[in-house]
Write a protein that binds this ligand. Structure first.
Ligand code: SF4
Length: 695
């Protein structure tokens, strides 16, 4: 046994699935993962993990992993990939990017950074885009999910991150979940809420069209119609203000624009909210009183809010509600957009957005450009002074032939973007596409060059979880075959374009960021050793910030800003031809496009197939039962699926897991989006169902 123990390597890492950021030891022998072992010292999760963090790791050793660079070349039977050396592949990418930049201009090239890669890799992605190519066209998958929430926070409180920590959520008197199914999407946070609810009497209020597990546990559950959230939340806020439940002292001392905001709420009567949401007024009053009377409130929201054409405005309304009730800047309070990918927070924090440098410094401010130019050793004129394109705009411009090249890192854009046919057209139309990934994803299949990258288990780096917590992960095993860590690939590509940065370890990249971006001034690998972590902003002396806004809000006068919003009808609604609304979301056992969780082994056998959920009444009306086959048809396309009859959905709402990629669920969704942030309105998809005569 002694000998066997000695053969086991124990390495601290961070889960590569959701934004909870669970850390644990991986016990390995060679490339074999023997055990995932959490510890009480893990700052976000303690001894807990979910089924994905525990078991969904078979993809690391999948036979389908990419181990050699691939170059597409024409042949007698059409184009096909051939293996290439790293030198050949990187030289080709460098030469083509420089050619396209010099011929068509810097803004003819776009970069999509990875929300699964490290902070250091996000930094290098935007550094190549901004410094070498000269464009701000760099984005990440937060465009598909959390940008609306971040916008709502920027408008009202000033920082684009969760207000506090998971510990605050645990300690709140009341947790409000709006459009957020944490039971499946953020299971470890859900387990903490369940425990606080059961053992400590924490109250739980859930607002959601789908009666998921947390809704079943709620003290109050409001089942609202899809796309009615803004009206409902504003009506609750108005009731609170009108009935003496607001924190007037907090408003007077710490918040601007109070009077104008009160006036803006005039249209949001309980009657209006009832008409739009279908929630009876007495239930709305009960919910408003619960929020107004709670000593401390944490409000969690996610894709059920953000993936609408009013995602940013609804997120703003939620933050307004917290301000009106004085629920910022104290333990157990605040707004918590639940970040989806393990490092979607970090990809944005470290500059993979079209308008900001790392640390949320705006690219159109001359002083900011001057600072970054000086740090990077170029004149300020070398850096673009205007916003670039985001994911949504890049794909659209590629379809029109205006964007000539894209560099996509670890993102399954071809599957994840709405209206898959339109995305496919963009990728088919573009002159030069580079994809850096661990698998030959559906996106990679459109590429001209595919560069084989490593998962987090084969490299060093840091991730930032939903509570702004920067955590170190360590290399568990060597890269598979000829694959390489993303930071090395990006460094070598930069060197081939005349910028040899000389990084030999990701810690040097973090040191560079800390020396430039104030938000990360005190971040270093030394301060992240072992189970230590830092929540930004981090002062130069290493003091971090578990709870934001204790000394005021992130605006020049230190006061928060109430931001009025107006309700608008959804961009696509049910009608006589498409009479149902398609809700969609993640399942516990899987993640997004299933490139990781859908490989053989792992959690795939626990949930091997997809389905459409239909409420009992609708099923009876349409003659459907569990297991019936239906065709789900939208204005863009159709999918054939089995039916699950369940009271999780009701009325004219049906639900599908987003993991359906063969064919893709996004054949059904449209191009309509939130005009403020260009996030697709995935949840505003009208469909009809046709019964199929199939056993
Ligand atoms: Fe934790 Fe999320 Fe990973 Fe589950 S998927 S172990 S909740 S980080």
């Amino acid at each position: 046994v002694q000998l066997r123990q000695a053969e086991i390597k124990k390495t601290k890492t961070v889960c590569t699935y959701c934004g909870v950021g669970c850390s644990f030891e991986m016990w390995t022998r060679d490339r074999h993962l023997l055990r995932v072992q959490p510890t009480i010292d893990a700052p976000a999760n303690g001894i807990s993990t979910c089924v994905k963090g525990r078991f969904a790791w078979d993809f690391i050793n999948s036979k389908e992993r990419l181990t050699r660079p691939l170059i597409r070349e024409a042949g007698p039977d059409g184009a096909r990939f051939r293996e290439a050396s790293w030198d050949e592949a990187l030289n080709l990418v460098a030469r083509r990017l420089v050619e396209i930049r010099d011929t068509h201009g810097p803004d003819s090239i776009g970069f999509i950074g990875s929300s699964k890669a490290s902070n250091e890799e996000a930094y290098l992605t935007q550094k190549i885009a901004r410094l070498i190519i000269g464009t701000n066209s760099v984005d990440n998958s937060s465009r598909y999910c959390q940008n609306p929430a971040t916008k709502g926070l920027f408008r009202t409180v000033g920082y684009g991150g969760d207000a506090g920590s998971i510990k605050d959520i645990e300690s709140a008197d009341l947790v409000v979940l709006v459009g957020s199914n944490i039971g499946e999407n953020h299971p470890v946070i859900a387990s903490k809420v369940k425990r606080a609810h059961k053992l400590r009497g924490q109250k739980l209020l859930v607002i959601d069209p789908r009666k998921h597990e947390m809704a079943e546990r709620a003290d109050i559950y409001l089942r609202n119609r899809p796309s009615s959230d803004l009206a409902l939340v504003c009506a609750l806020t108005r009731y609170i203000l009108d009935h003496g439940l607001a924190d007037e002292k907090f408003l007077a001392e710490k918040v601007n624009n109070v009077d104008a905001y009160r006036e803006s709420l005039a249209p949001f009567t309980l009657e209006m909210a009832e008409n739009l949401s279908g929630v009876p007024q007495d239930q709305l009053i009960e919910a408003a009183q619960m929020i107004g009377r709670a000593g401390s409130v944490c409000l969690l929201w996610a894709m059920g809010i953000t993936q609408h054409s009013q995602g940013a405005d609804t997120s703003t309304a939620l933050s307004n509600l917290l301000l009106v009730t004085g629920n910022y800047g104290r333990p157990g309070t605040g707004g918590y957009p639940m970040r989806g990918h393990n490092n979607v927070q970090g990809a944005s924090d470290f500059g993979c957005l079209k308008n900001i440098y790392p640390g949320y410094e705006y690219v159109d401010q001359p002083a900011v450009r001057e600072k970054w130019a000086k740090a990077w050793g170029v004149p300020p004129e070398a850096l673009s002074d205007h916003f670039g394109l985001d994911n949504f705009e890049m794909v659209a411009e590629a379809g029109k032939g205006k964007l000539k090249a894209m560099y996509v890192i670890g993102e399954e854009t071809a599957v994840s973007d709405s209206n898959a046919a339109s995305t496919q057209h963009g990728f088919e139309n573009i002159d030069f596409l580079v994809v850096q990934d661990i698998f030959l994803s559906r996106t990679a299949q459109f590429a001209d060059v595919v560069l084989p990258a490593c998962p987090s288990t084969e490299k060093d780096g840091t991730f930032t979880n939903t509570e702004r917590r920067i955590q170190r992960f360590h290399q568990v095993m060597p890269p598979l075959g000829d694959s390489r860590p993303d930071w090395q690939i990006l460094s070598e590509l930069a060197a081939r374009m005349g910028h040899d940065w000389g990084y030999t370890h990701p810690s040097q990249i973090m040191d560079e960021v800390a020396g430039i971006a104030d938000l990360f001034a005190g971040v270093s690998y030394e301060r992240l050793e072992g189970w230590k972590s830092l929540q930004w902003p981090v002062a130069e002396d290493g003091t971090d910030t578990p709870l934001l806004y204790t000394d005021g809000f992130q605006f020049p006068d230190g006061k928060a800003r109430l931001h009025p919003v107006q309700w608008q009808a959804p961009a696509e609604d049910a009608d006589s031809e498409y009479d149902l609304m398609l809700d969609n979301g993640r399942m516990l056992e899987h993640f997004q496009s299933t490139n990781q969780s859908g490989r053989d082994g792992g959690t795939k056998p626990m949930s091997p197939d997809w389905f459409v959920e239909i409420g009992p009444q609708l099923a009876a009306e349409r003659g459907l039962e569990d297991g019936s086959w239906v065709r789900v048809v939208s204005r863009r396309g159709a999918l054939e699926l089995r039916v699950v009859v369940t009271d999780r959905v009701a009325g004219n709402t049906v639900f599908m897991p987003i993991h359906h990629v063969k064919p893709n669920m996004n054949r059904l969704t449209g191009e309509h989006h939130d005009p403020v942030v260009n996030t697709p309105a995935y949840k505003e998809t009208a469909v009809r169902i046709e019964k199929l005569d199939r056993p």
